[in-house]
Design a protein around this ligand. Sequence first.
Ligand code: ATP
Ligand code: MG
Ligand code: MG
Ligand code: MG
Length: 562
Amino acid sequence: MKQSQTLIPTLKEIPADADVTSHQLLLRAGFIRQNFSGVYTFLPLGKKVLNIVEKVVREEMDAIGGNEVLMPALQSADLWRESGRWDKMGPELMRLNDRHEREFVLGPTHEEVVTSIVRDEVKSYKQLPLTVYQIQTKFRDERRPRFGLLRGREFIMKDAYSFHLTDESLDASYQAMYDAYSRIFTRLGLNFRAVIADSGAMGGKDTHEFMALSKVGEDTIAYSTASDYAANIEMAEVYDNYSPSTETLKELEKVSTPNKKTMQEVADFLGHPIDKGLKTLLFKADESFVLVVTRGDHEVNEIKLKHVLHVENIELATDEAARELLGADFGSLGPIGVSEDVQVICDLAVKAVANVTCGANEDGFHYVNVNPSRDFGEFTYEDIRFIQEGDLSPDGKGTIKFAEGIEIGQVFKLGKFYANQLGAEVLNDQGRAETLTMGCYGIGVSRTLAAIVEQHHDDAGIVWPKQVAPFALHLIVVNSKNDEQVALGNALYEQLQAAGIEVLYDDRKERAGVKFAESDLIGLPVRVTVGKKASEGIIELKERKSEEKEEMTIDALMAYVK
Ligand code: ATP
Ligand code: MG
Ligand code: MG
Ligand code: MG
């Protein structure tokens, strides 16, 4: 591709509203442009990388028997009513009406659509297991779209869905998908970890998130120094037997004013659906991270205090402050004070749970009725542990370290939730109707692109790993007024392309300094410079990663690139 004939609008200055490196570099190197908050155009270079990421994803999905499909982004609200998510999804769901005032959704995900198709088209166990996937644009009205491609409101996702009659079959597909994800992210040059994650209350059980390690990651993971153990910090430990005594509860009455809320009020207040469970609140205060999460698990009718994490340097925070800091995924119940005293934090978590008055709502949505003394039994502080760096790993091997991660993918055993809601059944080998069980598997394709940049850059710009670079080689003519240089540049461009090398050819009439700076910014793995020694047939080669430059003949170059 000749640079004079393409669109690579580079920027010298760091754009004011771009806070993270990948966002800055993708804008500055001319890969993307923002159309409006959370919505981006992929320019020619960006689209090339996107294609490469998609190709890797497709190859690995196809290799495990995935069938590519393309489902509509525009979905009927009726389907979302059938699943119950029309009411439960909250403001993240993009809703719209047509000219007849019929309601629609711009799909944030496709469980409803895919389950309805399988319900209608798959009738026998003989057609199972079945895995379909698509690479498609998704829409989520994120509370805080930010960090460029990392959290958009319109973004590209690979979503796959598998359908089964038995749990064993689901387990096998889940494992195959997990392995395929590991291959995909390895091929893309990412430093990542698969971590145990929170399955929420959608009837799911096993789930892993794939985290690209990066300081800008919005998730924190706890991992072992000596084993494969790694968990989203939300999941690092589960406290099944957390049980405050009546005395504790009395104490709690003193520390904060009772603030009773119904589940619906809580849901409205949190701005997210109650089916996700009750998440009681946390803070990120300066560098320290505090998390107290409680969750109602509606399925099994019990409440768990899940995690109490490292506490340090905490200030009193209000709900508003907490919500502001944490975004839509978190919330708190009532005014909760947080102090340095860890016990108070635990107490407050219990308090928050105890304050929830539960019942059935108008739609018949079921949830827990909390009776603290009954549901929690005896509580001692020894039941609570605080995960800190340096702790023994839960599997007994090695110690715990914390790291920030970007969620680039997630695999999830959904179970029968959607099949039940939408009535997806097949006939088993006895001729009897059985409800399907299901898995879903997502990769944030556009987010992954940004994660690669987060991990592969230096002060001068992006440093694309070879396998994802938009072009293999950047060919630069130093002086475009010099006929010999131009002639050699043109000839090399032809010759390299004929040899199957993808070349970006800077044939523009720009100053050499500009060309070099932009070349570093764009970050192709190899730069070939045609300069003063053009008349001798000598070029200069430099790998983006290294400082060294090497002069060589055209023949040596051709041997090098092969
Ligand atoms: P997050 O926790 O970051 O909000 P999620 O858990 O809501 O992500 P999933 O529903 O698991 O996301 O979707 C599958 C994948 O899609 C995610 O693992 C992530 O890589 C990607 N993704 C989700 N939301 C966004 C977004 N707003 N912008 C870009 N990619 C996203
Ligand atoms: Mg999300
Ligand atoms: Mg997530
Ligand atoms: Mg996820």
